[in-house]
Design a protein around this ligand. Sequence first.
Ligand code: TRP
Length: 342
Amino acid sequence: MASQLTGGVAARSRVVSGMRPTGRLHLGHLVGALGNWVPLQEQYDCFYFVADWHALTSDFADTSQLTAYAYENVADWMGAGLDPERSTFFIQSLVPEHAELYLLLSMVVPVPWLERVPTYKEQQDALKDKDLSSIGFLGYPLLQTADVAMYDARFVPVGEDQVAHLELAREAVRRFNNFFGGEALVEPQPLLTPFGRLPGLDGDKKMSKSLGNTIHLSDSSDELKKKVMRMYTDPKRVRADIPGTVEGNPVFTYHDAFNPNKADVEDLKARYRAGKVGDVEVKTKLANALNAYLDPIRERRAAALATPEQLKEILFEGSRRARKVAGETMGRVREAMRIVYR
Ligand code: TRP
């Protein structure tokens, strides 16, 4: 990818991604989105934000935890290795330009485009207890379009479930550019996470808050151990001397993902298949590996939460930086649309 030269320093392409502050982060986030966000800091000018308005699209009725989750999530990010010195962290609602761009895009994007986005119907069917009939929920992918177009982001690191949203974003940007000439906005591409999806503790294909099958980054080592000992495993194996199945067994999926001692994992798999190891040993070793993996994350997370003023300042400062870029983009957009009063 060609990088522009500015004052002798190669300007890095920009990457943008966001997360909704709807709860504490778990291991699924870590192997999914976050695990991808961290290494991108090396190569890109990364803007990572708390999508607090997006959280309202499904949870508008209860905002009591919103700001607390926002701070906790950012502490989780720092725990996972995101660095506010290298990346810009900001809060969506502290950059109100996102609402302006969303509004302007909403003038050119047909309603059926949004109704056709697969997550729209899927979420309505899956979350029957929530009222997802609002304009805001329909507009979710368009607000997301504004989030990324605002920063000329070419790449958006997301999980597979977000691909359809970025498809809509590209279509919306193209339509806007067609009407108002030239290349006012940049078309974003998804950057998929390599590992993909982590199964839940209950063996469900996905670890997710709504299924209650998660390990949080904030869980203590005791809580973690309890959860691992109760994890779903091969149900046919009612005794330790019965040969078990490793493939698709979440206990081993986690071993593969988090246990750095590959030789030990292979030995456990061989003995499991042969009916020569008890679940307690397999799970205890997994709990130990997970705790070793999470310990430094927990420490950095706790350090961030121990200095709330500093955490707040990181977000305020990042939001000011983001707003500067957003102001420039909106200047360009208003020019393109000829809505400039002089
Ligand atoms: N929709 C994303 C999710 O649920 C969150 C999000 C909002 C986002 N705006 C974004 C992600 C912009 C990437 C870019 O995970």
